[in-house]
Design a protein around this ligand. Structure first.
Ligand code: NAP
Length: 279
């Protein structure tokens, strides 16, 4: 029997590498992507030697249209893709008015454009093969709009809604869809934004998950009834509370939190808005 094949974007660290290890261990052949070429090739070598699976490594920066095009062309040579994991992503811990529009729109290219192009390209193959699965990695932030994550929360919310539409369309065609919404996960995601992990042991224990916990929950839940997959009991409670909490309370809490975290925030935003309207 032919080994199943998966595409994993953002494979060079964190949750992406977690998926790579977990699937390779089960004998899956893989197509992996990321910008850091040395890491990508090292991972390919390690996985190939350890699990004797076929790995194709394709360096790609998803803010670059040409790179996405090359990735799609490589996929054209594949007649069978069983699982597509759209995991590549990043955060920007800056307020909308403190960051250039051009910089912020790169996030839309990675989270939205690359993801939807890959899905558009791969699903017809799955339909032909009469089976397949898609995991889109969103975030708990999709349900938590905040002052320092306009584009992050909005683009992750897009992925939730988009995945639900996909599920409605593809469930009858034997194609499983999951949108994974992790909370804090121990990866390079926060340090790359200049942020640290929670200092208190209790916060780390209650709120933070390991990559293995997140990836295991995702792969175990794929194909079950719930399309939105939220690893961690506390994160699930937060999600359910948000669903029933009147929005005005959420806005009050979120604006106070952002002013507490950064008391300069309100002043900076006001100053930026005034400056942009007077120039
Ligand atoms: N860690 C958390 O607390 C957390 C919580 C909720 C959701 N998430 C989501 O989980 C996903 C994985 O993040 P992670 O936590 O594993 O962080 P990570 O270790 O920083 O991994 C992010 C991955 O995305 C790739 N990537 C980033 N920008 C890219 C670009 N322009 N083009 C192509 N690939 C790019 C990175 O590869 P290169 O740098 O090599 O390109 C890397 O492999 C992200 O979508 C993130 O939003 C994370």
């Amino acid at each position: 029997m032919k080994a199943p094949k998966a595409i994993i974007t953002g494979a060079t660290s964190g949750i992406g590498t977690g998926y790579v290890n977990s699937l390779a261990k089960k004998g899956w052949n893989l197509i992996i992507t990321g910008r850091r070429i040395a890491r990508l090739n090292k991972l390919k070598k390690e996985i190939t030697q350890k699990y004797h699976v076929n790995v194709i490594a394709i360096p790609a920066d998803f803010t670059c249209d040409e790179d996405i095009k090359l990735l799609l062309e490589t996929i054209d040579y594949e007649d069978q893709i069983d699982l597509l994991i759209n995991n590549a992503g990043f955060g920007q811990n800056k307020n909308f008015f403190e960051n250039s529009i051009e910089e912020q729109q790169k996030m839309l290219k990675v989270h939205i454009t690359a993801t939807s192009k890959l899905i558009h390209h791969v699903v017809p193959k799955m339909i032909l093969n009469q089976e397949g699965a898609i995991i889109n990695v969103s975030s708990l932030s999709a349900f938590l709009p905040a002052s320092n994550s306009y584009y992050y929360s909005a683009s992750k919310a897009f992925l939730v809604s988009f995945s639900e539409s996909l599920h409605i369309d593809l469930a009858g065609k034997n194609i499983k869809v999951q949108v994974l919404c992790p909370g804090f996960t121990q990866t390079e995601f926060h340090s790359r934004q200049g942020l640290g992990e929670a200092k208190s042991w209790l916060a780390r224990k209650i709120l933070w998950r390991s990559v293995d916990q997140v990836v295991n929950k995702s792969l175990k839940s794929l194909g079950r009834k719930r399309i939105i997959c939220i690893p961690g009991f506390v994160n699930q409670c937060i999600y359910h509370i948000l669903n029933i909490m009147p929005k005005r309370y959420y806005y009050y809490l979120a604006s106070n939190r952002s002013n507490l975290v950064n008391p300069q925030n309100q002043k900076t935003v006001e100053a930026e808005v005034i400056a942009s309207h007077t120039h």
